[in-house]
Design a protein around this ligand. Structure first.
Ligand SMILES: Cc1ncc(COP(=O)(O)O)c(C=O)c1O
Length: 442
């Protein structure tokens, strides 16, 4: 084959263009006497990284990073809805099957979002991940993508209000039966399983009563009938609990909580096998639309860099508060998974490395007592997020769980005196002083 020198040079430049994303340095040698082109590249970024032996804190800072031709240190925000193709043939090929690091449209995937997905997957020990616009997009997408009319689901009954709506209302309307069980009762899970049970769904730590569910026990029961175990791991956090190692098949996070950790963005993520994420979840999510925005993914990547430090500090403050407040005369009960009187302390310690970042208090005097306490606080803010740098107090009976009937709330242990406190990054003594003074007004 004969080329004119100009054509030869154009081919060299094209090769350089193709490999530069995967290379630290690229040179192409081309001159009129040269009969071949040599492209030298030095792999960088993920190609050079062998993450297998890294500890979680290292993965949280480096995993998934992709650098552009500028070799930026911090992750870039690829704030683009789409991607240009060099040729019509390339566009056609991408629509048939986009290879790794090839993108088509941000609803399908985006480099910044992919960095976030790869980083959280590395932390969780999952084969793959798909990021979503919110935690509820992750929960509903995980369920809708794997279920069809005629299927059956077994779910723990103590659930976040929106999760309950998806299971109790939407799924049943679409011909999918759901049996709710007491999550802590393995016999109840066993009795509820049917040949057509496709999913076992649970929140690892229930909201707001902080019951601990035996994930290994539920997984064995569910797997015996071929069901997929889906765990919403928000309260346990990716730092303190590795639900996949305990037996879960699919793990979900509302990234809005600890992953962002500073109350800025809504986001979610679904983790599972490559087969599930690529062949079941991705087609569902990319065609129904709740993609994570590149800006959100960047915030979440930055959140992951500090999540371990934040969660460790928040859990340490929880322990200080638990020790100081457990026997307070204005409290009917203090609930924390690692508190010495938690009924599932042993299980909690088996599944989690720390007790989490949320404490639940049952204030004497019912709703009146709870409201007096909430209104008496100066530092702890009244809101309904959790996992935030700011400590946040929520009265579930009148907010997050208001939709439930009083009987249903009672069955879940959500009394009128119950308050949920997400512990932030403030000084532990300041928080203790604030809570102590607020309890005086009860
Ligand atoms: C346990 C649990 N799952 C899911 C969600 C939903 O997350 P998002 O608000 O990001 O949609 C929440 C939010 O509060 C939650 O607490």
């Amino acid at each position: 084959m004969h080329f004119k020198y100009e054509e030869f040079e154009a081919i060299c430049n094209r090769i350089v263009g193709l490999v530069k994303y995967a290379a630290k340095e690229v040179w192409a040698i081309s001159d009129p006497d040269c009969v071949s082109v040599g492209v030298f590249y030095w792999a960088r970024g993920p190609e050079r990284m062998n993450m297998d032996n890294w500890k979680p804190k290292t993965k949280l800072v480096h995993a998934g990073i992709k650098r552009s031709q500028y070799n930026e240190l911090s992750e870039a925000i690829f704030l683009t809805q789409g991607f240009a193709y060099d040729t019509a043939e390339q566009a056609e090929a991408r629509f048939i099957k986009a290879a790794q690091d090839e993108y088509v449209y941000a609803r399908y995937g985006n480099p910044t979002v992919r960095m976030f997905e790869e980083r959280i997957a590395a932390l969780e020990g999952a084969e793959d991940a798909f990021a979503t616009a919110s935690g509820m997009a992750a929960v509903s997408g995980a369920l809708f993508s794997m279920l069809r009319a005629g299927d059956h689901v077994v779910s723990a009954k103590a659930l976040f209000g929106s999760c309950l709506f998806v299971l109790e209302d939407i799924l049943q309307r679409w011909g999918i039966e759901v049996t709710f069980v007491e999550g802590t009762d393995l016999d109840a899970w066993r009795a509820a399983m049917r040949p057509n049970t496709k999913v076992a769904f649970l929140e690892a730590l229930s909201n707001p009563t902080l019951e601990v569910i035996d994930i290994t026990g539920v997984s064995k029961i569910a797997h015996a009938v071929g069901a997929t175990v889906v765990v919403d791991n928000v309260f346990a956090t990716p730092v303190f609990q590795r639900s996949m190692e305990l037996g879960a098949d699919v793990v979900i996070y509302s990234a809005t909580k600890h992953i962002d950790g500073q109350g800025r963005c809504l986001g979610g993520v679904v983790l599972g096998t490559k087969e599930y994420i690529r062949n079941t979840f991705e087609p569902f999510n990319k065609h129904t639309g709740p993609a994570m925005s590149p800006f959100t993914a960047w915030v979440m990547l930055k959140g992951l860099e500090t999540i371990a430090l934040r969660c460790e500090a928040q859990a340490a403050t929880c322990e200080t508060l638990v020790n100081a407040l457990s026997d307070h005369p204005k409290l009917e009960r203090l609930i924390y998974p690692f508190a010495p009187d938690h009924p599932q302390l042993e299980l909690a310690k088996r599944q989690m490395t720390k007790g989490g970042t949320v404490i639940t208090l049952i204030i004497k005097g019912g709703k009146d007592g709870a409201f007096r306490f909430i209104n008496g606080l100066d530092i702890v803010t009244i809101s309904n997020n959790l996992g935030d740098a700011k400590s946040i107090i929520t009265h579930p009976a009148t907010t997050t769980h208001q939709r439930l009937t009083a009987d249903n709330r009672a069955a879940l242990g959500i009394s009128d005196g119950l308050v949920r406190i997400s512990i932030g990054l403030e000084d532990a003594q300041d928080l203790l002083d604030d809570m102590t003074q607020a309890l005086e007004s009860v």
